[in-house]
Design a protein around this ligand. Structure first.
Ligand code: IFM
Length: 477
């Protein structure tokens, strides 16, 4: 830390973020249906220590206490996610009014404390019946997602201040459909790409559904990771470019009207991730941009994945871009015969979190300026919709919980945002991940990201020293 934090622009949004499956619990209460995470977490060996979201932080019953924690923090916005299986247990068809009632109560409690509700519609907890119908490999899921968005907007559209359609579609595709370490646990490697196209299509259709119901701004939250070369051969450089195409450009290019990245197009200009295995065969960058592609695995025989009109739907104007940043990724060329063109490698030279992730605030400034440089006038205002770190935080015998590493992490990353503002990037807010320690997916309850410590046996909440630090930062000065 280097002296007092510089000022941020008036109106800059300070927030905290969570997601439904990670905190709510109450997975069978008031008509909630099963999600892919309920199924996945129950399968032996999928989650560390056999953890599930059955109880999590019991936020479903303790939301009023958690809103008071946010009020004490002084944040202006809370980013939560709506559980699709709570609102529409079958993943299609009518709404479950009791599920919507919960979000009604939450939103009203936030507004009563002058905290803007920021709602994410999909944070990975797909209704299990939709998975049984093909999940995001099936085009129909995109249409059903728009129906669900309409149900939520019909109830909450008058009070949500910012909508976020999807959270981190890259992570959902890669960990859920390519590598099998998240629900639904599929190992399709490059063949996971249809899950990207259908999420993007679902986003575009949901934007239209939301616009019909509300005038509030609409965004999507992507995960980004600047790529660092871990070797200096031509093959290493091609590997880094391939990784960058999948992680950083596959979603944002079509969202901002550029079509799919050229790296991901086969020789005929069709979306085909196998092009990454043969970067020498890249089409001309201004060739046709993914207007067809391999066959849709969820569609009738002979039907292309990318259909006419899809790219226009996906590129529906958005009002903001959500940027989730944790760390850069080191990449080198994969061994010959590998089914992937790259191999991630640990980055040296940085301190690491308890997850082993490098603490690299310079990567956030680089990311924000590179988004501005790449997309120019097509880039809407940015909100950093997630940033944070896990450490092995412990409540001491005196009842306090000290987390100086988290304070240093947030301090460094907020200075990086400030630098990016000085560089001319239009950043409107920052949401700390997370308000509470919570269910960290395949890591169960072993990774703590909260400003508030949660004892998962007693549900006692203990604000950490980072909570006081953030409170003092966001307090009007
Ligand atoms: O906990 C997750 C969150 O659900 C999505 N973004 C990254 C966080 C930390 O892994």
């Amino acid at each position: 830390m280097t002296g007092p934090m510089p000022d941020f622009p008036a109106g800059f949004t300070w927030g905290v973020a969570t997601s439904a499956y990670q905190i709510e619990g109450a997975t069978t209460t008031d008509g909630r249906g099963p999600s892919i995470w309920d199924t996945f977490a129950r399968a032996p060996g999928r989650v560390v220590d056999g953890g599930t979201g059955d109880v999590a932080c019991d936020h479903y019953h303790r939301y009023a206490e958690d809103v008071e924690l946010m009020a004490g923090l002084g944040v202006g916005a809370y980013r939560f996610s709506v559980a699709w299986p709570r609102v529409q247990p079958a993943g299609s068809g009518p709404a479950n009014p009791a599920g919507l009632d919960f979000y009604d109560r939450l939103v009203d409690a936030l507004l009563a404390r002058d905290i803007d509700p920021v709602a994410t519609l999909f944070h990975w907890d797909l209704p299990q019946p939709r998975q049984d119908a093909g999940g995001w490999l099936a085009r129909d899921t995109a249409h059903r997602f728009a129906d669900y968005a309409d149900l939520v907007a019909a109830r909450l559209g008058d009070r949500i201040r910012l909508w976020i359609t999807l959270n981190e579609p890259f992570v959902h595709m890669s960990l859920g459909y390519a590598m099998g370490v998240h629900a639904p646990g599929e190992v399709r490697l490059l063949d996971a790409v249809p899950a990207a196209h259908h999420q993007l299509l679902g986003h575009g259709l949901a934007v239209a559904a939301l616009r019909a119901r509300t005038g509030s701004p609409i965004a999507i939250a992507n995960n980004y990771s600047p790529v660092r070369l871990a070797g200096d051969t031509a093959a290493d450089r091609a590997a880094a470019r391939a990784y960058d195409a999948l992680h950083n450009r596959l979603f944002t290019d079509p969202l901002l009207g550029r079509g799919y990245p050229a790296d991901l197009l086969g020789p005929a200009g069709l979306l085909d991730p196998r092009a990454l295995l043969d970067p020498g065969a890249l089409p001309e960058p201004d060739g046709p941009l993914g207007l067809a592609g391999p066959l849709d695995p969820g569609g009738p025989a002979g039907v292309a994945l990318v259909r006419p009109g899809d790219l226009e739907t996906i590129a529906a104007p958005i009002d903001a871009l959500g940027v989730n940043y944790y760390s850069p990724t080191g990449v080198r060329a994969a061994e010959a015969g590998s089914p992937l063109p790259f191999e991630p490698v640990p980055l040296g030279g940085y301190p690491t979190t308890s997850f082993g992730w490098p603490v690299a605030p310079d990567g956030l400034r680089e990311l924000l300026t590179s988004l501005r440089d790449r997309y120019g006038d097509d880039l809407p205002p940015i909100y950093v919709t997630e940033g944070g770190c896990s450490y092995d935080d412990v409540v001491q015998p005196d009842g306090r919980c000290h987390d100086p590493e988290r304070i240093a992490y947030l301090d460094g990353h907020l200075r990086a945002v400030r630098d990016a503002l000085d560089d001319g990037v239009d950043v409107r807010g920052y949401f700390v991940w997370s308000l509470l320690d919570n269910f960290e997916w395949a890591e169960g309850y072993t990774k703590r990201f909260g400003l508030v410590h949660v004892d998962f046996d007693t549900q006692v909440r203990t604000p950490k020293s980072s909570y006081a630090w953030y409170r003092d930062l966001v307090r009007p000065r």
